[in-house]
Design a binder for this molecule. Sequence first.
Ligand SMILES: CC(C)(COP(=O)(O)OP(=O)(O)OC[C@H]1O[C@@H](n2cnc3c(N)ncnc32)[C@H](O)[C@@H]1OP(=O)(O)O)[C@@H](O)C(=O)NCCC(=O)NCCS
Length: 410
Amino acid sequence: MTAVTGGFGPLLPEERADAATLVRQGFGIPREYFDRSVELFGPDVMRGLRAGPEAGRAGGLVACAAVWPMDHWFGGRPVPSCGVAAVAVDPAERGRGYGSALMRGLLEEARAGGAALSVLYPATLPLYTRLGFGRGGVSFDWSAPPAVLSAGPPPGDGWIRRTEASDASPLAALRRSLLSTTNGLVERNEGLWSFALCPDGVPSDVYTFGGSGGPEGYVAVAPPADRKLHVADLCLISPRAVRMAQGFLAGYRAQVDRVTWRGGPDDPLVLLAPERGVRADACDEWLLRILDVPRALESRGYPPRVVGELVLDVSDALIPENSGCFRLCLSEGRAAVRRLPRARNSAEKAGGKTDGAVLSLSIAALASLYSGHKGPHALRQVGLLRGGDEALALAALFFSGPAPWMPDRF
Ligand SMILES: CC(C)(COP(=O)(O)OP(=O)(O)OC[C@H]1O[C@@H](n2cnc3c(N)ncnc32)[C@H](O)[C@@H]1OP(=O)(O)O)[C@@H](O)C(=O)NCCC(=O)NCCS
């Protein structure tokens, strides 16, 4: 691959039209949608890469991407992260290393800015796996005939109300309890809320469910079309809210043949469906990149009563500071991480006292372990991790928790 030397940095106002063309060619996204997204996420969200002297058009924009800071929740705690979207290279310049150069630039910038993680949905894997991204979690597209969701009359002690969707703060308050009890959800900024409640720019209608103690959940539904009802967003934090949502969605059975929604593997509507017919139409995997090993490990939460020590021997070809041995000590749901000096590393690995509790893995495999998407035994089985049974048993405990998922797509 040709080494590229072009300049990476914030997108300049005069480059916006060119970036819109790259994104249109990359994703088929029309100019209005591009402009709306940039406005929602803020004008400083876009990054660009200009061609270097190796190209015939030095200085011209050849690649762009959107990046924004956000908190990504693992183990009940927020981890500073960088969302990446709309990675697009000029179709006339693909396969020359510009996509990789752009990604290297923005990962370096995000790390320097304090992000411990980066997350994206890949359209292609090799580009990102070579840069140290690993499989981080899933996003399911579920669907069912509405009648399949019906579980009889809704609970008599509950209420349902249509809610003004322009103010997402009451919805964010409901969603907060989910952030801390599942893995992989991101704290939404205004842009992500708008994507969630107005997919494709069409506003959905929000209905909130609750009881005497206040709201317990909501569903945001797009207008029914083509005999389908799309639930743009939902959050159901109590059994009563799930029962009420079931009855609410089943109420569309004369109008639509299927209800669709996004969720995780333990989706409440799937878990409580009283009849067969719920289908996983798609399962997308998102990728996670650990940008800063100690910061990532110390920011997330862990099971509260697990205590122990583990040495992680990490290899990272892109970020040298992440390579080496890190001692991870866990107690009271938090981790303390210390980098081990190199000489001590080899002594320990050659048979020292911590030999039984050393795990060797790439930065990409660490991402899958860290998020809880893949357990250490599954990673060892396919050769992505090396370690003894004692170390694996500890790692399985350290990183145990709900399977990571995220409904937001970007
Ligand atoms: C995917 C994309 C960003 C890659 O940019 P690029 O400048 O061609 O990438 P690089 O030259 O740095 O190549 C890195 C690797 O990406 C992969 N790749 C390159 N072009 C690709 C393409 N058109 N489709 C799929 N994978 C591709 C290859 O594995 C390549 O490795 P190689 O050198 O061994 O062939 C570019 O093809 C593009 O803009 N595609 C359309 C939009 C898109 O899919 N974006 C990704 C969204 S997550």
